[in-house]
Design a protein around this ligand. Sequence first.
Ligand code: AHR
Length: 516
Amino acid sequence: MTTASARLVIDLDLPGPRISRHLYGHFAEHLGRCIYGGFWVGEESEIPNVRGIRLDVVEALRELRIPNLRWPGGCFADEYHWRDGIGPRDQRPRMVNTNWGDVVEDNSFGTHEFMELCELLGADPYVNGNVGSGAVREMSEWVEYLTRGGESPMASLRRANGRDEPWRVPFWGIGNEAWGCGGNMRAEAYADLARQYATFLRDHGDNRLYRVAAGASDDDYRWTETMMKSVGCVGCGDGPKDIFQGLSFHYYTIPGPWEDKGDATRFTLDDYYATMVKARHVEELIRGHAAVMDVYDPAKTIGLVLDEWGTWWNVEEGTNPGFLYQQNTLRDALVASVHFDAFHRHADRLTMANIAQTVNVLQAMILTDADSGALVLTPSYHVFRMNVGHHDAASLRVHVDAPSWVRPVAAGNLDLVSASASTRSSADGDTALVSISNLDAERALPVLLDLRGRVVSGARARILTADSIDAHNTAAAPDAVVVRDHPVLFEPGPFGTELRVDLPPHSYVTVELDMT
Ligand code: AHR
């Protein structure tokens, strides 16, 4: 392999589909210390809070402009009964969280607390209802409780609990992983149930629900096909969007076997590259599910929703195995950047995605120390922050010309350069944002940005990297992996402006361009 540059060719004047901000969605489950100890500390806590919700967590997350927050699960959603989580907290029934650690759930964080959290974050609520152990009436009444104004039994109950006005709830999940913890169903059985449940998930007043049917795991394209068949017809023009508007699938980056997924911070170079192969695989899965959906819904009226994604490692030593608490290194950050590149490329079908999970669980943005309460921002957090400029921008095609930046690995060839771009217009002028990941753990990558179609008048680059790929932030060293400014040089090129930016090994760079 030589160390020749990679050339990225971008036609700045040819905007493509809009990258929905909802591709940057989040997921908060009643699992381990995500809700309790993460978001929720209770009103009596010494940790500064707004009516029980942790203030520093909210402040840090506001920087990410979280567009939507999925709750209460995950697997937990299919054993959650929402009426247990309303009314005076000291009178709420307790339950056992059998999915996650068999711990007692006191329901102190319920519907009102979640809606307040969304308001504080500025995020749209994405509520996941209970199909597995719930009932149609239960789910239907939850929607009514949340979204109905005027007089109705559930609106009155909400008022009795202190909330007069209905909330706006745009996103609704019809169960979770129905093929597994959500009820171990066959696709055919769930498809019928989804139709039934969706019928009673009403649009109250001007609230319009985007109903998301529980979808496939990984490459289970048959599940997707069964769901699409159940609502659609081949070539039916406007599309079969009346039953559900989104169809989900889940994909986790797990390079090892399920029984031993590998350590979050101690890994070999081979482990690292195997992880990158798994991360890049998400694109094949998006393409596969999208191709099936195209057959039944050529007009793309139903969105593909990847409402759980991220790395899944062995839990940190000494922590509850059911709490899924893991550290987060630069490797996780690159998993995120690679996913976002794929998301941007498939923005025509992929309408929403949710990282699992926001705080203290799996590929978290924030870790809170169980003893001291200290808050740590993870490398993954920084990628989400660096990418805010892609939210709702128009995608741009990036042609990556990097023939020598391919690494043979056990599973095939790994492309070591990942990139995507978007553009937007505002009162301050037109800009573009280019994301570039150098997945090579050992070699620096010189990149030439061959920018065509517009005059580029300014450029600023930022970089996320560290000396080693296993670098991570802790309460003792919170800034081991942080974002810094990075040099970018203008050079005249044969077709317009060329920018030169050098990426150190295992780094993620964004370049913001001003265009005239
Ligand atoms: O995110 C953790 C769990 O992973 C979720 O509860 C479940 O949906 C998935 O299997």
